[in-house]
Design a protein around this ligand. Structure first.
Ligand SMILES: Nc1ncnc2c1ncn2[C@@H]1O[C@H](COP(=O)(O)OP(=O)(O)OP(=O)(O)O)[C@@H](O)[C@H]1O
Ligand SMILES: [Mg+2]
Length: 290
């Protein structure tokens, strides 16, 4: 379990409280609410069937940043994929802005756990992928042309490089820039900073908060890092399975929400004030002394 961000102190200004209704921003982006209703996902059939997620129900308010924590393999990526319409749940549904997600959903942008850049395209072309031509606009206070985003993630010099010519961390930054360029109603981030060194990570977290301050889109952030969740999120949802050591342990039950935490205080947050919550979240994840 990485807790490398113990000293991470995002420097973005405090954010306004999340809206309960869709938030219209100056650039025409609408932050959208996301509701998971009784979401379940099993893989395989018959005796090989395995339930990964079970009865996951929660709502992310428009403009809110929600972090999802949980042990490896508990279904965090599966949950995000369901929200993006990249995977179909076997039970329940996901609604964005009140309408059911039934296929790949253009209201979402996804930064994958692995960068997934097209190897034959340059960094610039990868970031611009799928954008209607001429759609990149300059937003108030936030550079959002492809060039500006590349500058923000520190990749200007590598704009013309192919993915094989850049490092893993650079590829992950390009992937984040690609998701941001879409100016989405819902930003789905699957461990977007996982491959970055500690300093770049802090810069990217600050960047995410700056962009969110200027354009408070809805963010669902999967992370394995408790400190990252505490620094960035309005609310933390912990996924886990409650079948460990119980009588029904021969029947594997899927992961579900075992804990929801409203993170107190405006960002940037002091780690000292969150120390107790940090320990208790680590305990929820099975780490008792850290
Ligand atoms: N398409 C699939 N077919 C079969 N099993 C799958 C499929 N997708 C995911 N799984 C299984 O579902 C479980 C949850 O996977 P998922 O990638 O959502 O976990 P995760 O919580 O994101 O893990 P990590 O923290 O390691 O990224 C895993 O056991 C995985 O093998
Ligand atoms: Mg994952």
């Amino acid at each position: 379990m990485s807790t490398t961000l113990a000293s991470a102190q995002p420097t973005a200004a405090p954010l306004p409280k999340p809206a309960t209704t869709p938030r219209h921003t100056h650039a025409g982006t609408t932050a959208m609410g996301v509701s998971f209703r009784g979401l379940g996902r099993s893989f395989g059939e018959g005796t090989t069937s395995r339930t990964v997620l079970e009865d996951v129900t929660f709502t992310v308010r428009a403009g809110e940043i929600v972090a999802i924590l949980g042990p490896s393999g508990c279904g965090k990526s599966t949950l995000l994929r369901a929200a993006a319409g990249l995977d179909s749940p076997t039970a329940g549904e996901v609604l964005i802005d009140g309408s059911v997600v039934s296929g790949i959903d253009p209201r979402c942008a996804f930064a994958f756990q692995e960068p997934r850049l097209m190897p034959w395209k340059s960094v610039t072309e990868n970031v611009a992928l799928g954008l209607p031509s001429g759609s990149a606009k300059r937003r108030r206070g936030v550079p959002s042309t492809v060039e500006d985003l590349l500058a923000l993630v520190g990749l200007s010099e590598f704009a013309g490089h192919r993915p094989r010519e850049i490092s893993g961390g650079m590829a992950q930054r390009a992937s984040l820039a690609r998701a941001l360029a879409r100016n989405p109603g819902v930003l789905l981030l699957d461990e977007p900073f996982g491959a970055l060194d500690a300093l770049t990570r802090i810069k990217m977290q600050d960047l995410l908060l700056e962009i969110h301050t200027a354009e408070p889109t809805t963010v669902l952030l999967v992370t394995h890092d408790v400190d990252e969740a505490l620094a960035l999120a309005d609310r933390i949802i912990v996924l886990g399975s409650d079948d460990s050591g119980t009588a029904k342990s021969s029947v594997h039950s899927g992961a579900t929400i075992v804990r929801t935490v409203e993170v107190p205080g405006a960002r940037p947050r002091s780690n000292a004030s969150l120390a107790q919550l940090r320990s208790s979240l680590l305990a929820s994840l099975g780490v008792s002394h850290h």
